[in-house]
Write a protein that binds this ligand. Sequence first.
Ligand code: HAM
Length: 414
Amino acid sequence: MAITAIKGFNDILPEETGRWQYIEQTARRVFELNGFSEIRVPVLEKTELFCRSIGDATDIVEKEMYSFTDKGGNSVTMRPEGTASVMRSLIENKLYALDPVSKLYYMGPMFRYERPQKGRYRQFHQIGAEVTGINDPSIDAQVLNMLCSFFREIGLTEPQLHINSLGCPQCRPAYRAALVEFLESRLSNLCEDCKRRFSANPLRALDCKVPGCAEATAGAPAMIEHLCGECDSHFSKVKHYLELTGTKYQINPRMVRGLDYYTRTTFELVTGLLGSQSAVAAGGRYDGLVSELGGPAVPGIGFAMGVERVALLLGERDFSRQPDLFIATMGEAERDAAFRLLAQLQQVGIWVEMDYEGKSLKSQMRRADKLKARFSVVLGSNEIASNRAAIKRMADGQVTEAGLTADAIKMIVY
Ligand code: HAM
């Protein structure tokens, strides 16, 4: 029996990779325009890195990590996200000492043992960006503007920006106590997951999708009403800077996020087009993470988008590439001429396909059609003798005579 891929791990086939490259190239262009440089971090890290950063009581760490003991007896984990690894690298390589402000982006596979469905996979891909070293709320807005301009650039205007503030270690404990007090009498109505994590992380009940939890938490106190003065002022300024640049946002006081490292600003880009997988991108500020991981007290903010979800949103758009020219040949001598011409045309940047197997002219033209070649040319003994041929535009059959040189053909097919 043939071996199949692991459930939740997908091939990205050639017909899809055009779309992926378009997403990746647009992200690189937009991020680099904003002064970000690429960082590439390993796929495998020490398990402790994710326990310490994402948090022991999160779904990711409790249930979803691909962790195993390697042959040296060390517990290692296939990264479930990128922020922890990038911060580990920042600390280990003392990037903050080279420049107190770092702007980094990354792209690559992440791994979470979740129940696969449309838009949710066990190996998925993120494109993320992280800024460290800036406390000012203007950078929060700048990061959000960059994310929104990426979506504008790729032609998606539908995802809505939702923002919230999760406060800081000064104001969150009092809020948490108020929430616990509110939820205690409603505990029996919460789902099993929310009950289980109630003592470690009661906030998660706020964005639980189970209808009973939504009912039980209706009217619960919101973090943004319990912010300390500094967090409140930070949040107001983020909104101010977003308004300055005309970035539309909605405040979602129930957005909690599934990772523990967040402080203050958190956000999601939400779509109604992907069923229950509504977040296309998400992130927030994490001012305590670098010091929690053993580095200096450097603040940070960033986001990651799910590439599969962005690709799904791009829908039916055609990203396939077509050869510029198909050279059909009538015999052995013409094939030699075609082979030489192909090499010359490639050197001037023209994508050429030809027949390598001596197929009939009819079958060669079928191949040209299948490849959707933009132009075709048939080389017979007359064309070789005169060193000229008719270049046919496939879309409308228009024919242009040209000499059989790379430069002459380039003038036509470009
Ligand atoms: P996250 O919300 O866990 O945040 O993931 C970010 C995005 O990755 C999600 O909005 C979604 O588009 C995509 N995603 C997550 N899990 C899956 C999955 N199983 N299948 C497909 N797509 C998925 C983080 O990972 C943070 N590191 C974001 C961040 C960066 N915060 C600050 N900096």
